[in-house]
Design a protein around this ligand. Structure first.
Ligand code: DAK
Length: 294
């Protein structure tokens, strides 16, 4: 697709405007040309922050296989970029993602689903990424869209965001971790109710039930809030934030005793980093640390 056609097809929020006319939160920090994707927009809105925006507006960001492959690639690139510490994953104001692509899935047979990459490409989405990933959810986050948001490390949303696991309505069940992550986040009874009825729930509920860290009153407030949090995290040592992410995520897999032991081992290992020395010395000398990220 030509870039001009791509721009014409973009809803107003996506159009490429002169930098001076852009709201602060979408202004590009880095002038480094980013690789262009068919279904994604990538940017570096602040120092240390990489942003991936799902961009398939005609299908409400339905997660077709090429989009998932591009998302994997963009996340891996930011994960290995020296100038990125934190990644934001977002959609549009109308849709974070309305789920996996139903039209693509409809004709799949058991053997195709079981053996082909449709399944595989989802599994390394966030598990391969060491840096913290913040989800900024506005509009629909249904099925695989809700699951993608839950794979991220911090979930922010608008109060009116529309979450749900509606797979029963399609004669199927959640397939990308929804039954596991939703249940761990909000408890068995509520998760069971939502998954068995397919009912959606608001961003305000997501915050009330502990699925979202924060629900914002508007899309603009959401994007500003997520960027601010990303900037805060990017201001710390990469070694510390990657270690912190690793140990918090371990709590989802390990029992308390093993989890505490795991945390202690990682804590011990961080004494081997330069930044631990830099951070503690700076505290004692009453000055700001200058991280080396080593
Ligand atoms: N897939 C494909 N196209 C979709 C879509 C989807 N999930 N959601 C929306 N679209 C398309 C619509 O078909 C329509 O396209 P055209 O007809 O214009 O060509 C366009 O987006 C606009 O949609 P609507 O006309 O329906 O828009 P409305 O505002 O009226 O309604 C809606 C918005 C979000 C309420 C509605 O579109 C809707 O109910 N969408 C489906 C939501 C849903 O059921 N999502 C769950 C899908 S199942 C796995 C990984 C992942 C998964 C499973 C396994 N493995 C790794 C094992 C995930 C499964 C799912 O997500």
């Amino acid at each position: 697709m030509s870039s001009l056609r791509a721009v014409k097809m973009m809803p107003l929020g996506y159009r490429i405007l002169p930098t001076s006319t852009l709201p602060r939160v979408v202004r590009q920090f880095s002038s480094t040309p980013a690789r262009s994707y068919e279904y994604l927009l990538t940017s570096k809105p602040k120092p240390g922050v990489g942003q991936v925006q799902l961009n398939r507006p005609k299908a409400l960001n339905a997660l077709c296989t090429p989009l998932i492959s591009e998302l994997n690639e963009a996340l891996k690139q930011f994960n290995s970029a020296d100038d990125v510490s934190v990644i934001i994953v977002t959609g549009s104001e109308k849709a974070f993602a309305a789920g996996a692509d139903i039209k693509e899935m409809a004709p799949l047979t058991f053997s195709e689903a079981y053996t082909k990459s449709f399944i595989e490409s989802w599994s390394d989405l966030t598990t391969q990424v060491k840096k913290p990933i913040l989800a900024a959810v506005s509009g629909h986050a249904l099925g695989g869209g809700c699951e993608l948001a839950m794979m991220c490390d911090i979930l922010y949303c608008t109060e009116t965001a529309n979450f749900g696991q509606p797979e029963v309505k399609l004669g199927t069940i959640p397939g990308a971790g929804g039954s596991q992550r939703l249940t761990r986040a909000i408890g068995k009874s509520k998760a069971m109710e939502l998954i068995l009825t397919g009912k959606s729930f608001s961003g305000a509920d997501a915050e009330k039930w502990g699925l979202a860290a924060k629900a914002f009153p508007s899309y603009e407030a959401l994007m500003e809030g997520v960027t601010k949090t990303a900037e805060t995290i990017a201001g710390y040592s990469k070694v510390a934030i990657i270690g912190a992410k690793e140990v918090v995520n371990k709590s989802q897999d390990l029992g308390l005793r093993d989890g505490v032991e795991y945390e202690r081992r990682v804590f011990h290992s961080i004494f081997g980093s330069q930044d631990q020395k830099i951070g503690m010395k700076a505290f004692a000398e009453k000055r700001k640390p200058e991280w080396t990220h080593q």
